[in-house]
Write a protein that binds this ligand. Sequence first.
Ligand code: GRF
Length: 194
Amino acid sequence: MKKRVAILISGRGSNMTALIEAAKTKDYPAEIVLVVSNRPDAAGLDRAGSSGIPTAVIYHEKFGDDRETFEQALDRELREHRIDLVCLAGFMRLLTPWFVNRWSGRMLNIHPSLLPQFKGLHTHGRALEAGVTRHGATVYFVVPEMDAGPIVAQDSVAVLENDTEETLAARVLELEHQIYPRALRAVAQGRTKA
Ligand code: GRF
């Protein structure tokens, strides 16, 4: 039985698209059955819709500062769709330990750096500033501490002398589109556990 996967987004959804494309392969062990955005204007929603995948918007601003009620609504949506695995893909909300623990071992995130280096935002600029020779992307199981969970997949590119934040980000994004489908495959097959 294929694992039922929900993808959570906030923006353009290029990683979401890579996962949707990968899951179209016949022998892929997961199917994308739901895309949820916390923003009604996320471009990824249209992309998901045109691939025929059900979408939902749970707009965080409607909940003000009440993270718990927002997350309860999210949790309800996931359970209604009988979701086995959650993939965060550019989902720009910090999740509380309550939600993270509910989905412990069943929720992945992708981060544009070679974790544990450069947790948090603006990773490409920080990598250039630090003068690293390699930079990359990581897929990991989400734990309450930010960008700190067990690593499922990681890959890197060389940092070039004339790289700007934009050129580096573009090369890393290409990597992301390769490693996220690979990581989800491994987790859905039970080959990798948290
Ligand atoms: C990616 O760089 C991802 O690593 C980070 O947010 C970005 C999302 O891009 N978490 P997209 O929406 O998947 O195109």
